[in-house]
Each structure stands twice: as C-alpha cells, then as structure tokens.
Design a protein around this ligand. Structure first.
Ligand code: FAD
Ligand code: NAP
Length: 542
C-alpha cells in the first residue's frame, strides 16, 4: 500500500528552533515544511514586543553557533540585545538561508493525529487545511502559550488590556495615561521602567516579588565582538559541555566555608558583572543548600534596600517565600529605582489582595485604583502549554494533555511514549529554560534531524520512546531535582503557576553537558530506549 504525503517532515513553529530544524533537514536532503501561527519568523521575539524586552543571556552567546559565516557576518550592538534587534537577526537568518519559501505563515495548528496503519501524522489547522507527514517536529516553544490569568471581572474593564506577550506592533504613547501592570516576573520587570517614563501614573500589582540583578547593559565594542568571534569555537564548545549552556566560571567554593568578607567580595564582583546565571552558580552549594542560598538572597536583599528609597517599599519588593534563583532570577535596567519615582505606586497584593477588576480599574481590599490601561505580564503555561493546547492524538487516539493530566512524562524531553515519530524541541524534562536556550535547542535540532536521517537511511520510519525508558528518565529527572532547592518554590519551573497542572520539576536540572553526552550516547547505542520499526511504503507527493 502506498500513501501520498505533503512533506517528509512537518515542523510547527518558526522561532529559533523551527528555523534551524528546517535548515538542517534541507542539508540532510529531507523535505520539510514549517507551519507558523505568526506572520513572520522569530517566535518569542516576534511576539514579545513590549518596550524593554531584551535577552537575559548575552547576545553574543544567545545566537546561533551552527554556521561560522553567519556568526562572522552578524554584529550585535548591545551586550543584551533588545527585541527589535533579536527579531532583525531572526529575519536575517530566514533571508540568508532562504527559509521563508518552506514556511507557511498565519497557520494555527489545532490538532495532530497519528495513523498507526500508515505511520503518518496528519495536522489540521484553524483554517480547515490538513497537512500530512512521516515525522513531526514540535518547535512550538517553552514560553509561547500565554497564561489566561485568573482575575475576576477582567472582562468588565472598559479601558484597554494589553499583554506583554502580544504587544501591539505600532509604537504606543502612554503619556497622560493611568496604567496598571499585573505581574512582576521577568516581563513585568523589563516593561515597568519603560512605562514609568511616560505614563502619568503607573500602578504595579505585585503578588510574588522577584529577585532581580542590574543588567549593566551597554553597547558592545567592535573589539569585544571580534574577540568573541576569534575564540568562538572554544567558547561554544565549552558552553555545550557546561552546566547551563554558558561557559561561565564559578568560584569553585562553598558559600559557607569562606569568611563573610570573602563571600561578600565574590558576590559583589559577580553582581557588578550583570550576569544572573553567573551569580546563581557562583558558589557550588548555592542551589543545593538552604543556608548557602540564604547568603545570596541576603546579598541581593541588601542591594534592593540600597536601590529603593522607601524602606517599606524595599521590604515589599524583597522576596521571602522561596530560595533565590528557584524562580527565575531576573535582570533589569532601573527596575527597583523606578519605585523612587513620584508617578509610580506599588500595590502589594499579599497585604492588599486584588478582589476584582471593575469597569474603571482594579479593586483591592483597600480601594479602587482607576486606570485607563491594564498591562498583563502574567506569564505562561510554560514548557507544556504550547503542546497541551493542541489536540495531539497518538496511538489509540489518546490526547497528549490527557496523558499529562496527572504526570508530565517524556523520554529525554525529546519524545513521548504513545506519540511515535513526534519530536519535541526543548521539550519537558530536558534542560531547556534552565540553560542558554540557543545551546539547548541547537543540540535538540541536531539530535532530532540526525535521528530522522538515520531512520531514513535504515529504511525505518517509526520510532517511539519506550514506556520503561520514559519512566526511568522521569525518575532520574526528579531525583536530580530533589537534591536541589528548586522543588521548594511555587514556580513555573514546577508547573505551579497554572491551576490544575501537575506539580513537578519540568526542566532537567542535571546540566547541559551531562545531558548532551547522555543523549548522544543513547543515539550511538542504536537509540537505546526507543523502539524502531519499518513501515508501509510511502510516496512523497510533489
Ligand atoms: P519560540 O520562539 O517560542 O517559537 C515557537 C513558535 O511556535 C512561535 O512562533 C509560535 O507562534 C509557534 N507556534 C506555537 N504553537 C503553534 C501552533 N499551534 N500552530 C502554529 N504555530 C505555533 N531564553 C534564553 O535562553 N535567553 C533569553 O534571554 C530569553 N529571553 C526570553 C524573553 C522572553 C520575553 C521570553 C518569553 C522568553 C525568553 N527566552 C529566553 C526563552 C525563549 O523562548 C527561547 O530562548 C527561544 O526563543 C525559544 O525558541 P523556540 O523556537 O524554541 O520557541
Ligand atoms: P512569570 O515569571 O511567570 O511572571 C508572571 C507574573 O504575573 C508573576 O509575578 C505572577 O505572580 C503574576 N501573576 C500571574 N497571575 C496573576 C494573578 N492572577 N494575579 C496577580 N499576579 C499574577 O512570567 P514572565 O514575566 O512573562 O516570564 C516568564 C519567563 O519568560 C521568565 O521567567 C523568563 O524565562 C522568560 N523571560 C525572559 C526575559 C528576559 O529577561 N530575557 C523577559 C521576559 C520573560 P505569582 O508568581 O504570584 O503568580
């Protein structure tokens, strides 16, 4: 029996992951099509256009490493690039590798179904189109499904509601406007100082405070860029072998086995470099030992107190309910200083809870805050949300979100038992968001595309993670996390920000280098833990 297919491989998503997957599949001689909901490439950097949006990993490191010429010809203007520059880079990559001709933009994938008799996936879109392929790569992003905030009465608000996730494309003027921001995670912390510059009044509704370090962002000099390019091969290799996809030094010391003076000196030196990843790992025990972690938390709390004039506001802005860096450590430009402005008011929802949104504004127990605009910086259904909101049906027609209702399980964050031929880029239980994503997604794309090429060469076209391998990987992920402080926080890393979601560690905390070696060994060992089969003959339609 033969079947006709639209593509050998369908890729959902045209962010960094989907773009690179397309490029690499083409190089391997495989036919691929990308389906993307947005009207252009860029993923995260297409959608999150709010003022102040920047990367929190230095641009030089947060860029593709797979092509030396690309690396050579692109020069970043700032240490931490802003969203317009990151989007220009994505567009440049799309043009340079002529990617757009195989990307269908404005296509929202609603469902994906695996046919056991043909070993094919069929995708359906919101416009009623269907696409068929042998392999499906979900490059749908870890932070691309915005959370629907559970705020009573939001629908009654008469003014404008803007989300940081899909900020309007046209430039907005907030002068003369009373603006409320709900949410003080990384997005809120970046947008708040920018809005405060022009808004007549800015009210910040904070439930859980974040820890944030100053970015010390600055223009990048030609010399720095050239120096990086000269050493790029070594830097990139070290990053791939590192804990977090960044070639960072740590002190090699325990925070508790040195004098308070030495500890302070080390914290100060790293703090002044403006690198949160470096700060959170500077002492070997900081993420493992509460007392060690507290030394870092106390250091940052003292900095918050220095940066904020009013001690009561400083206190309200200082987290107390979780170890530092078990929720994402943020990076800012003038965030805490913004609270020293006359037009800015912090509304601490822990002491003055939000009761409802009315037509005029936000009602807390203490009173009504009338505003013209509400900015939602309320976060994402992270890591699994982009997959769970699609009706993905695997063997036996089982919906993926149903499989994941009680426990989120994958094998290596790359494949899921019951969902043959479906690969996830930076999927749940892989290092993903706890790393420089560029390093992690390049590795996943290479692993996945090599796997597809291998199956092709061997005349195999069904691969599925075994239930045993998946269960063992899940246990390992939990065991490693249990040695750290991460499980103590109600974070999106733990799935805790979405009601009803399974509470478990979602990124793998065992380190990028270890993880990489393990996945490569598994592939070299004939894809250990995966079941490989041959399949009915397939004809590719032109
Ligand atoms: P994405 O960029 O999320 O792209 C996924 C694409 O899939 C999107 O374009 C989306 O429209 C599309 N898609 C999803 N579902 C569907 C569907 N059903 N149908 C059709 N299309 C679909 N990481 C870092 O390492 N460093 C940083 O500095 C950093 N900063 C960040 C800042 C912000 C504001 C956010 C939100 C995230 C940040 N991240 C950062 C994480 C960031 O998401 C990744 O670094 C990276 O951009 C992920 O690329 P991706 O291609 O895997 O996914
Ligand atoms: P987030 O970190 O999850 O923050 C969401 C914020 O909204 C939290 O303060 C949360 O408070 C609040 N919130 C949610 N629902 C609420 C409600 N019903 N009422 C009141 N407050 C509510 O989301 P994010 O800021 O978008 O960041 C997500 C991730 O994206 C980051 O951790 C980071 O990985 C990435 N990111 C990176 C950058 C960067 O610097 N490059 C910028 C933006 C995003 P509670 O915690 O109390 O729920």
């Amino acid at each position: 029996m033969s079947h006709s297919l639209d593509s050998e491989v369908l890729i959902v998503g045209a962010g960094w992951s989907g773009m690179y997957a397309l490029h690499r599949l083409r190089k391997l001689g495989l036919n691929a099509t990308v389906l993307e909901a947005a009207e252009d490439v860029g993923g995260t950097w297409f959608w999150n256009r709010y003022p102040g949006a920047r990367c929190d990993i230095e641009s030089l490191h947060y860029s593709y490493s797979f092509d030396e010429d690309l690396q050579e010809e692109w020069t970043w203007s700032e240490r931490y690039a802003a969203q317009p520059e990151l989007l220009s880079y994505a567009r440049h990559v799309a043009d340079r590798f002529d990617l757009r001709k195989d990307i269908r933009f404005g296509v929202w994938v609603e469902s994906a179904e695996f046919d056991e008799s043909t070993h094919q996936w069929t995708l359906s879109t919101s416009a009623g189109q269907t696409f068929t392929s042998r392999f499906l790569i979900m490059a749908t992003g870890s932070l691309s499904a915005p959370k629907t905030p559970d705020i009573p009465g939001l629908e009654n608000f008469r003014g404008e509601i803007i989300s940081t996730f899909d900020w309007p494309e046209e430039k907005r003027d907030f002068s003369g406007q009373r603006v409320a921001v709900i949410g003080t995670g990384s997005s809120g912390i970046q947008v708040i100082p920018e809005l405060a510059k022009t808004a007549e009044e800015l009210f910040i509704f904070q439930r859980t405070p974040s820890y944030s370090l100053p970015a010390f962002n600055r223009p990048l000099s030609r010399e720095e860029s050239e120096e990086f390019k000269r050493s790029a091969a070594q830097i990139r290799a070290a990053a791939r072998d590192s804990l977090d996809g960044l070639a960072l030094e740590n002190s090699g010391k325990s925070a508790l086995e040195i004098s308070a003076e030495e500890r302070e000196e080390i914290f100060s030196a790293v703090y002044n470099q403006g690198s949160p990843f470096k700060f959170q790992g500077i002492f070997t025990d900081q993420m493992f030992q509460e007392e060690a972690n507290r030394t870092a938390a106390d250091f940052v709390a003292a900095k918050i107190a220095e940066r904020v004039d009013d001690p009561d506001i400083a206190r309200a802005l200082t987290p107390t309910s979780y170890p530092i860096a078990t929720r994402r450590l943020c990076i800012d430009t003038n965030y805490y200083e913004t609270y020293n402005r006359d037009n800015v008011t912090l509304v601490d929802l822990l002491s003055d809870p939000l009761t409802q949104v009315t037509e005029q504004g936000l009602q807390t127990e203490a009173g009504l805050h009338e505003v013209d605009i509400i900015v939602l910086a309320t976060g994402f259904d992270a890591i699994t949300g982009a997959l769970s909101r699609i009706d993905i049906r695997g063997t036996g027609g089982r919906l993926l979100r149903e499989k994941w209702a009680d426990k989120i399980s994958t094998y290596l964050g790359l494949m899921i038992n019951g969902y043959p031929n479906l690969f996830t880029v930076t999927g749940p239980l892989s290092p993903s968001v706890l790393s420089n994503m560029m390093v992690s997604l390049e590795h996943h794309v290479e692993w996945i595309t090599d796997c597809i090429a291998h199956l092709d060469q061997q005349g195999l076209s069904r691969i599925e993670a075994s239930a045993e391998a998946e269960a063992e990987w899940g246990e390992h992920v939990n065991e490693v996390a249990a040695q750290t402080l991460f499980p103590q926080a109600n974070s999106w890393y733990m799935g805790a920000n979405v009601a009803g979601k399974s509470r478990q560690i979602l990124p793998y905390v065992g380190g990028v280098g270890n993880y990489r070696r393990r996945t490569l060994e598994i592939a070299a060992d004939g894809y250990r833990g995966f079941e490989l089969q041959s399949q009915p003959s397939v004809v590719i339609a032109n």
